[in-house]
Ligand binder design. Structure first.
Ligand code: MG
Length: 433
């Protein structure tokens, strides 16, 4: 329907972005279809506050970030399904969606857990039809509804996606920017904070320059804006004009550091409780290191009490260890975390949070783990490989170090968590006939 006006033979770029609709709520609905058309909210770690809402939950006025205790009664009255976050499920569903998208485009950029840019440049077919097909396949294979925006630049593709979701132009999950009759009119109605990449702090400064909407920004002088702001703003102006300046980032930039920390469901005082927690954090950090083929040169362990607790002085402290050789061995990171904790732990205090930070990481081939440290390191590598293989096959923490299970008291409050349907064999969906 759109191909007549679209210029299929121009060398211009074509970007698309797929965004999963109400992603966390949609993941839950795949396995609990009775939640379809019902208001659904998902809570943050420790069931603190609302971090995701279905459209129905938005419609009855539940706000993003609302503390659970404030909406608890309202939610019960309105039959809202309240769920703890289940990141194992969301992460796995995300991986499945991205894998399908990768089959439809030569280049993709996984932008977030529920968003993916892809390149459709040079595709000689109707783009809207092509993307409608992608939506249908993703829905059929995973159960997740998605929307797709198409445009000559990433900035405009993000906006097109927003418009597709709003249903302003047609009730269709796909919107191709090229098919709009009057794009300037659309930009004039677009607020600056609805644009990708505009920092909140920039808006008031832009207002001082009489730039209050996306059309005014498009018509502004990019060189002048670069002086006021940065090259980022200059690029946004060009992108609004249809000139692509921001390419796909196909290879994620290597992680510079790994942080694993939690606020505790209840405050902890005992050394064993904290030791179990930091041991777990060290193990998770080591696993993340191995997964990304990185090695840690140092480890920092930290603890803190609540700054709002009037019954005790606020206490926060950390200890850092440097390793002689970079490592991603779980046992070595655990030992460092435990030794650090022993240094900074004060008995008699109630701790609210603790964590482990690996501040300096090296790619493990640069670290040359086995070459430098010989047989001991080979044994460690074999052991870690075996641990990872077992945990991958039988589910997270199927096999773990004894120190981790010394205490479970630090674990999160997750009253309403759904099963890990797709990643834990013991929690597979069961069907009774
Ligand atoms: Mg989304």
């Amino acid at each position: 329907m759109s191909s007549a006006r679209y210029r299929p033979d121009t060398p211009d770029k074509v970007f698309a972005i797929a965004d999963c609709n109400n992603f966390y709520a949609s993941c839950e609905r795949v396995f609990r279809p009775e939640l379809n058309d019902k208001p659904v909210v998902v809570l943050s770690n420790n069931d603190g506050c609302v971090i995701a809402r279905s459209n129905e939950a938005k419609a009855i006025g539940i706000k993003m970030g609302a503390p659970y205790f404030q909406i608890e009664r309202f939610a019960k009255q309105h039959g809202v399904a309240v769920l703890s976050s289940n990141y194992a499920l969301y992460g796995d569903m995300s991986r499945r969606v991205m894998q399908i998208l990768a089959g439809f485009a030569p280049r993709i950029e996984v932008y977030s857990i529920d968003e993916c840019f892809f390149d459709l440049t040079g595709l000689k077919t109707d783009l809207t039809d092509y993307c409608l097909k992608i939506c249908a396949v993703v829905k059929q294979w995973t159960g997740i509804p998605i929307s797709i925006g198409i445009a000559p630049t990433k900035t405009l593709a993000k906006l097109a996606n927003r418009l597709a979701k709003s249903g302003r132009f047609r009730q269709c999950p796909v919107l191709d920017w090229h098919t709009l009759d009057d794009t300037d009119a659309v930009l004039a109605e677009t607020a600056l904070n609805d644009l990708w990449g505009i920092a909140a702090s920039w808006q008031s400064q832009l207002a001082l320059l009489q730039i209050a909407d996306a059309l005014a920004l498009k018509q502004a002088d990019p060189k002048r804006l670069r002086q006021h702001f940065s090259v980022v703003m200059e690029r946004i102006v060009h992108e609004l004009r249809g000139l692509s300046c921001i390419d796909l980032e196909e290879i994620p930039s290597p992680r510079k550091q790994i942080l694993t920390s939690r606020s505790f469901g209840e405050k902890l005082t005992g050394y064993d409780d904290l030791c179990a927690a930091v041991t777990y954090f060290a193990t998770r950090s080591a696993e993340k290191c191995r997964q990304h083929r990185l090695a840690a040169q140092a480890l920092t362990v930290f603890v803190e009490t609540s700054p709002f607790d009037t019954r005790q002085p606020f206490y926060a402290n950390s200890a850092t260890f440097e390793f002689q050789l970079p490592t991603h061995d779980s046992a070595q990171l655990q030992r460092a975390a435990q030794r650090g904790l022993a240094r900074i732990y004060h008995p008699g205090l109630s701790y609210r949070r603790a964590g482990v930070l690996l501040p300096e990481l090296l790619p493990d081939h640069v670290a040359q783990l086995s070459l430098l440290s010989g047989e001991r390191s080979n044994r460690s590598a074999d052991l870690m490989q075996t641990l990872d293989a077992i945990n991958q096959r039988y589910g997270k923490s199927s096999i773990r170090y004894a120190r981790e299970i010394l205490s479970q008291r630090w674990r999160m409050r997750q009253q309403f968590k759904s099963p890990s349907y797709t990643t834990n064999i013991r929690e597979l969906l069961t069907i009774r006939i």
